[in-house]
Design a protein around this ligand. Sequence first.
Ligand SMILES: NC(=O)c1ccc[n+]([C@@H]2O[C@H](COP(=O)([O-])OP(=O)(O)OC[C@H]3O[C@@H](n4cnc5c(N)ncnc54)[C@H](O)[C@@H]3O)[C@@H](O)[C@H]2O)c1
Length: 233
Amino acid sequence: MKVTVIGTGYVGLVTGTCLAESGNQVACVDTDARKIDLLKQGVVPIYEPGLKEYLDRNVAQGRLTFTTDLYSVMDDSEVLMIAVGTPPGEDGSADLKYVLAVAESIGKRIKEYKIVVNKSTVPVGSGDLVRETIRKHTNVEFDVVSNPEFLKEGDAVNDFMKPDRIVIGVESARAEEVMKRLYAPFHRLGHRVVSMDVRSAEMTKYAANAMLATKITFTNEIANLCGLRRGHQ
Ligand SMILES: NC(=O)c1ccc[n+]([C@@H]2O[C@H](COP(=O)([O-])OP(=O)(O)OC[C@H]3O[C@@H](n4cnc5c(N)ncnc54)[C@H](O)[C@@H]3O)[C@@H](O)[C@H]2O)c1
């Protein structure tokens, strides 16, 4: 399958490289020309065990390329993955300006059916905003999919290649079939692709993050309690 990954940060680079490793033809796009130059030279800008080896192999075998020019690669891809940053604003809300800028660029260029997959962490309802933003510029058919990422920094390649779960939020059977085909090599060991609607997938990411924070807080509280008790002995 041909895939364009837009945003070559932590999530985008790991996603693009691992999808190439499983046999897809992947173009990674970033507006940061320096980052793209380094990647073209084989310099991986993040520390992630296994990533450099996968990147070198897939570049050498012609399955993985890097560019700053989205329009030079997107026409050829069936799947467009958005993996740009969503930095928190002062009130903690996610800033969607990068996601929506990508949606606008896609809308202005799209020539035939595409699946636009959002991997960035976004509030519930963002898929609708992405769809509306693209639709403002085109009558071409497309699907918007939510596919949140659960990788851990430091073990991201392993998490991607052997995921605990793959969540896909879809609104059409066509998009669901393509996403299941894309992820088929990653759940051979029996791991599940969990399919739901777009808003439910967006909510699932926040629920998982909140659960993780709850577990860490609980563990810290228990550790504090143990420390206090030791202090009194
Ligand atoms: N880092 C993690 O562990 C992690 C895990 C799960 C989910 N996420 C989520 O995934 C998303 C991406 O996170 P990240 O850590 O990879 O971000 P990052 O900041 O490392 O990378 C984002 C990249 O997008 C690029 N970019 C911005 N606008 C662009 C555009 N219009 N076209 C092309 N590229 C553009 C930036 O130059 C940057 O390289 C965020 O929503 C984040 O919350 C991150």
